[in-house]
Design a protein around this ligand. Sequence first.
Ligand SMILES: [Zn+2]
Length: 245
Amino acid sequence: MKADPAVQRRLLDLAEVDAELSRVRHRRTSMPELAEITAAETAVRARRDAGVAVRTQLDDLDREAARQEKEIDAVRAREDRDRKLLQGGTIGAKQLADLEHELHSLERRQSVLEDDLLELMERREAVELDVKHAEVELAKAEHVLAEATHRRDENLADLDTVDARRTAERAKILPGLPADLLAFYERRVAQGRIGAALLRARRCGACRLELDSREISRIRETAADDVVECEECGAIMVRTAESGL
Ligand SMILES: [Zn+2]
């Protein structure tokens, strides 16, 4: 393959552009913000679930308290009725004894129910604190997620800018390259390898290996417009004054 040395040097510009485009692509999928977002989303879900669990507990306690209060009201109403009958004084001795007995047990029942309700309200207070705590924790987790998402979007916008600029540069370089040279280069890039690199101080810029003296003298004797490939990695080695030949 033959190409004017100046054209070969344009390949170095193309390789630099492609290296940056490849860094941009890699960064799009590997920036630390992506893992941060995944972790933050998991945390938000966990906090949300925890919030639902404690609020359900609170609702259950509220229902239980309402049921308890209704029962206390019913007991009180029956006590009032019994007291009125007793105060009426028109009942017989047997009924009087029965009423007094019932009133005593109603009073005991009321006292037990009121103690239960008090205990329930104490539990409710503790759960209410849990609900508030869960809300604070959820807000914190949501803030972490929003912050990481914001940073990811900023990074993506930066990457888009670099991508657009480098893609435009690439489009300008391509028409100056002969088809066979470009095809060779693109084939290597498509394989995920470096297409062309500078031969600098007797080292292949692609695989970084130092060439032995036999290889150096072979290259030295090669015409300037001959395209030289690295024996080790196959990349096009572009020769300049820096090549150490
Ligand atoms: Zn090489």
